[in-house]
Design a protein around this ligand. Structure first.
Ligand SMILES: Cc1cc2nc3c(=O)[nH]c(=O)nc-3n(C[C@H](O)[C@H](O)[C@H](O)COP(=O)(O)OP(=O)(O)OC[C@H]3O[C@@H](n4cnc5c(N)ncnc54)[C@H](O)[C@@H]3O)c2cc1C
Length: 460
């Protein structure tokens, strides 16, 4: 651990501040989304700007401290914290600068998806982000970024046009198509492996309101619903998006009493096309089944993107596993319906997020996010508010995951992995892994940034 005098010197050099174990803010600083993770860092550097980040990098190197990077703190594996090490905490870097004429946003790394949504929505613009508003824009972007606009507008990284990065050397560089283009390529899916991103610049899309929300069907119809979901969305216009889910109907308003606590399946829709086509688009969907609950209607995009935040607030215990899935064969559907009908807790769920549509128009090797040919990202999500049930949710998630291995197209979305998934990193990057490993050697040869879905530097 660094000597007190060194810490005091760093304190005087920073615009931001340092939090130590004896400080009253310490426990709050080490609280992250997943309450299952308990770590005790030696110090937090709460950065205010890129120079603070660079100083924190130098300090950690000089004092031989292990480093983690914390932005939104939503990583399921708790990669944002490090026992006895230094946390580069970006959560107070909150600037958002929007140029509505150019349709561009420059976003500091401490913003949540809701922060971004709110700021862009004021201009009638949107960035494709994820389905839970309190997730951090940083970790989500660096892993790829899936959400309701994926079919219409692609992944979050498909809108990244520049990033400012503090490298492992402490140097601050700009990465875009002209400056460090190889780094720019690696950042679009390669996670936190290549440096600390202190600013993201994105292009925005003109979307304000959407026709969206969940429809539910009885669990007994899960097989037919999955088949319908597959067939109906296969050739659908990119304006129509839906993710499939197994869930338990919440025991709360606005859900009708007779459905509460029932195990069901559902599709959460998001339609971004012309409003005079809504009836035509949703007629076959409403006629299939019909659904036992239909909460689909017009709403602002930020409302949709935070619709489930109340159900999944920070502080829950979470264990997730994931796969890339290309085909919903009969046996794949049978496996899913078996586990989907036996959710271990009321908040546990399984989602199939589409990654086709616009996301398929980018080449496999155009960004680090390799699996442009698959149709879905699956997340198997064990969740509880009762730590005594941690074993139960982990067991269900692991068994479900194992049962799905034969149906996976290989690998899984790096943002839905736990620490015990490290062996899958290579598979998850597929054809891009070797190039990523070479770039890791170039930008971070000592693997200084290793608390992430770690890509080891190439050895030859
Ligand atoms: C409830 C919930 C819903 C989710 N929904 C979605 C979804 O719809 N779509 C989706 O794609 N993902 C989703 N995710 C996954 C999410 O993208 C990842 O958990 C992501 O890591 C969260 O980013 P963060 O900034 O909050 O993470 P943090 O925990 O703060 O950081 C995670 C890791 O990212 C890296 N990192 C973060 N910021 C930086 C930076 N500025 N520079 C360098 N490295 C950095 C570091 O390696 C760090 O360890 C969801 C997660 C949760 C818990």
């Amino acid at each position: 651990m660094a000597a007190d005098i060194e810490i005091e010197r760093l304190r005087t050099e920073l615009q931001g501040r340092i939090i130590l174990p004896q400080d009253s803010e310490y426990d709050e600083a080490r609280t992250i989304y997943n309450a299952m993770i308990e770590k005790r860092p030696a110090l937090f550097v709460k950065c205010k700007n890129k120079h603070d980040v660079s100083k924190a990098v130098h300090f950690a190197k000089t004092n031989n401290l292990e480093v983690s990077v914390k932005a939104g703190g939503h990583n399921g594996a708790g990669l944002s914290l490090v026992d006895s090490g230094l946390v580069i905490d970006l959560s107070e870097m909150k600037e958002i600068d929007i140029d509505p004429k150019k349709g561009i946003a420059e976003i500091a790394p401490g913003n949540t998806l809701s922060d971004v949504d709110k700021a862009t929505h004021e201009h009638g613009l949107a960035l494709p982000v994820g389905v839970n508003g309190n997730t951090g824009i940083s970790g989500l972007t660096l892993g790829g970024g899936l959400g309701f606009l994926t079919r219409k507008a692609g992944l979050t990284i498909d809108h990244l046009i520049a990033a400012e990065v503090v490298l492992a050397s402490g140097e601050i560089v700009t990465a875009n198509e002209n400056s460090h283009p190889d780094l720019f390529w690696a950042l679009r899916g390669g996670g936190g492996n290549f440096g600390v991103v202190v600013s993201f610049t994105f292009t925005l899309v003109p979307i304000k309101n959407v026709y969206a929300g969940p429809m539910l069907w009885p669990i007994e119809k899960a097989k037919e619903v999955m088949q319908f979901f597959d067939n109906h969305t296969k050739d659908a216009s990119h304006d129509l998006y839906g993710f499939f889910a197994f869930l338990t109907v919440p025991d709360a308003n606005p859900f009708p009493e007779h459905l509460r606590k029932k195990n069901v399946c559902g599709i959460v829709w998001c339609y971004t096309g012309a409003s005079d086509k809504i009836e035509e688009v949703f007629e076959p969907i409403r006629n299939f089944g019909p659904p036992i609950l239909d909460f689909v209607g017009e709403m602002p995009l930020p409302t949709l993107n935070s619709l489930f935040d109340w159900l999944y607030p920070p502080g829950l215990h979470l264990y997730w596993k994931g796969h890339y899935v290309n085909e919903l064969t009969d046996s794949c559907i049978a496996t899913n319906t078996e586990y989907g009908a036996n959710l271990p807790t009321t908040r546990s769920t399984m989602h199939l997020y589409p990654v086709d549509g616009k996301a398929h128009e980018i080449g496999q090797q155009d960004t680090a996010w390799a699996h442009r040919d698959i149709r879905w990202v699956q997340v198997i999500l064990g969740v509880t508010d009762d730590p005594k049930k941690n074993g139960l949710i982990m067991d269900w998630s692991k068994r479900y995951y194992e049962a799905m291995v034969p149906h996976s197209s290989g690998g899984g979305y790096v943002n839905f992995t736990m620490q015990d998934d490290d062996a899958r990193v290579k598979e998850s990057y597929g054809v891009n892994f070797d190039r990523l490993s070479e770039l890791k050697k170039k930008f971070d040869p000592e693997n200084f940034f290793h608390l992430n879905q770690n890509i080891k530097p190439a050895t030859s």
